[in-house]
Design a protein around this ligand. Sequence first.
Ligand code: MN
Length: 337
Amino acid sequence: MQIKRIACEEAFNIPEIARELNKIAKAGGTSKDLVLIRALYGDGVTGYNAQFVPKLIDVDDRLKQMDALGIDMHVLSITVPGVQMFDADTATEYARLVNDRLAEIVARHPRRYAALACFAPHSPKRAAKEIERAIGSLHLNGLIVNSHTNDQYYDDEKYYPFFEAAEALDAAIYLHPRAPMTGLDRPLDKYWMEGALWGYAIETSTHALRLIFCGLFDRFPNLKVVLGHMGEGLPFWVTRLDFMHDEAVVVGTAPRLKLKPSEYLKRNFVITTSGQENHLALKYSVDVLGEDNVMWAIDYPYQPMEPAVRFMDTAPLSDAVKAKVYGGNAARVFHIK
Ligand code: MN
């Protein structure tokens, strides 16, 4: 059986944004994103952290590693925090630049790269326009957003223009982590807990649940949201989510929805394996969410490529299911020919 290896959460950056993040690193502030931004984009970064910006910007050298490991394709997306820490006008402008640059890369390597477009959530109507341009004209493969913007989640109706555009174009939105928003961040301010160790999952799973509980998927039933890191832990919670959400509706603290939370997870979400290379978690997630709803991702360059390939090559899945998780589902979700 022919298995295509398509990695779905592969980070990328452009020098212009790296320079802006250097300014943000120096400007100070209270956002917990600054821990990562200072470590990667600050002045005079040396040692282990010095590898990341060059690897994020490079799209030629990484092909050699992909070749050596038999990886067919990286689905590229702008790395955290994307354009979302810039003011709305600057973010809108940079989103266009990033999407143009991604379109050029895909045009140069159409068999090796696909790409997710970014947008400026804090300008929802212009975000919808950029989504129409990026998917309709540039033919990018889907969308990415790094969780909250300016400490707001997108369960507020003012953000619905970009969900409406995404649904109309069948463009899946990758809800990627960033450090927890103000308030959620306080208990996570030690031990590097604000980031990929733990805080990212708290932030992103919370955001995803707000999207479910507000009724977003009753309003946009065909909208697809992608969650990385084995669904940010949510697959493990389906039983408690369904039971307790029912209670919340009965006591009137949450609006009544057409489906159970777990049913939205199965219908409107697709998860990826990024950074969670654990066969039991994979098997469980495929069993709970279905074989069409789990996709392979590496999270390069933050996670190395080789163990991610070994993880899938040795995964306890039938050949047919493995073909779906390794690339078939990504080809369907992100319209990759
Ligand atoms: Mn990532």
